[in-house]
Design a protein. Structure first.
Length: 175
């Protein structure tokens, strides 16, 4: 069995108090992570700030020997068609070999943070996955990662699995 490493330093690591990486810092860190043999490097959230936009622009010109760079983002917004969702478009524009999505699966978050219904939330998940698969040339399964809330609601588990499997034709156990 192969264990893959997925490093989030360039996104999660910048959320600490008094931590701020320049674009050059992020490029050097990504290169060092590649040299260490990390399989996947989450580069950040394209469009979340000017530094991340610039990082992904410069990273397009970098060649990693081992690591694959991932763009991080969320599913489409409530009430916005996926093809018009700017954040989803920026995931494609980052032109990374991997896309990682975060989705709300805890009913509290679905209702209070997204202010939507469980059915609309599942549509947001499925729409986003389908869009990414249909708009990235030859999207291999490994290009689409998926992260879920810590509070996965049992009532959403089966529909979440079905929404993901239907949209991506990937079995839940592989995400």
């Amino acid at each position: 069995m192969k264990i893959f490493t997925f490093d989030t330093t360039l996104r999660d690591g910048t959320q600490g108090e008094s931590v701020s990486f320049s674009v050059d810092d992020k490029l050097v860190i990504a290169q060092k992570l590649d040299e260490l043999g990390i399989d996947y490097i989450e580069g950040g959230w394209p469009g979340s700030n000017p530094k991340d936009i610039e990082f992904f622009e410069q990273a397009k010109r970098k060649k990693f020997r081992h690591a694959r760079l991932a763009a991080f983002g969320s599913t489409r917004r409530k009430g916005v068609p996926v093809e018009k969702d700017e954040q989803v478009r920026l995931l494609l524009d980052a032109d990374t070999p991997v896309v990682t999505l975060v989705a709300k699966t805890w009913l509290l978050h679905v209702k209070e943070v997204l202010r939507t219904t469980p059915d609309e939330n599942l549509a947001m998940i499925g729409d986003t996955i389908r869009f990414l698969k249909n708009h990235v040339a030859a999207l291999p399964q490994e290009r689409l990662g998926f992260l879920v809330d810590e509070g996965l609601h049992v009532g959403l588990l089966r529909p979440f699995r079905n929404a993901h499997e239907h949209a991506s034709r990937t079995f839940y156990e592989h995400i």
